[in-house]
Design a protein around this ligand. Structure first.
Ligand code: NI
Ligand code: MN
Length: 228
């Protein structure tokens, strides 16, 4: 079986594994980098890393239309069910794991903030490690650099998806340090070029990473997929 990871723009990713489709941080409507609309997305799980609008985005609309389960922190799941009418949620918290039909999800630390668009408390921001039958993926989501990435690396990461946009998250220099700690076989840059303040030269960054580490960098265009 293959796992397919598709960049849908900004920090929005689709993962296809077996019969399951996961969408991570679905932000389509109002996303200048998106090439598809939220109404055209089909998935059975929606993972949301934190409460900011560019991540929680279209989560409720997609989950309700697709009858998908939203996986996020407990507090954000409560907000989705109480105020957005989301029927199916799995609330987790940092350090916890859950076994689901597609594999095992671990909610990892992210150093960021998480207020929801209406000002509500959005719980702790997080990243996700997905242990799929085929591969182990790590989505750092919005975060600063932290030394415990070393322990995430010890899980044996096949693909790490890291923000490189700077300003709000890891920038290119710290994302390079993150690769050194995580030691993934492959790394994919995320959360850049959506707006001018987070414009980055991903191919230039890829060269530096490949010179200084043994990780391969896969720079995707929006809509492009990596098949593993
Ligand atoms: Ni954010
Ligand atoms: Mn963000």
């Amino acid at each position: 079986m293959t796992v397919t990871i598709t960049w849908l723009g900004h920090a929005t990713w689709q993962v296809q594994t077996g019969r399951h489709t996961l969408v991570i941080d679905p932000f389509f409507d109002g996303n200048p980098a998106a090439t598809m609309a939220a109404k055209d997305v089909h998935c059975d799980y929606v993972l949301v890393s934190h409460g900011h609008g560019d991540h929680v985005g279209d989560a409720a609309a997609i989950a309700n239309r697709c009858d998908a389960t939203v996986i996020s922190n407990y507090d954000l799941c409560l907000w989705l069910s109480n105020t957005q009418g989301v029927q199916k949620t799995l609330g987790m918290n940092l350090g916890g794991s859950a076994t689901l039909p597609f594999g095992r999800v671990k909610m990892t630390v992210a150093h960021h903030s998480s207020m929801l668009p209406d000002g509500s408390y959005g719980g702790n921001p997080c990243g996700f490690v997905l242990r799929l039958p085929e591969k182990t993926l790590y989505f750092a989501c919005d975060t600063a650099l932290f030394g415990d990435m070393k322990y995430i690396g010890d899980m044996g990461i096949d693909v790490a998806v890291l923000p490189i946009g700077d300003l709000f998250t890891l920038g290119p220099e710290d994302a390079l340090e993150a690769v050194k700690l995580l030691r993934p076989k492959q790394v994919i840059p995320s959360h850049y070029n959506t707006w001018p303040p987070i414009a980055q030269d991903a191919r230039g960054w890829a060269k530096v990473v490949e010179q200084q580490t043994s990780s391969k960098v896969c720079v995707l265009e929006v809509g492009e997929a990596l098949k593993l």
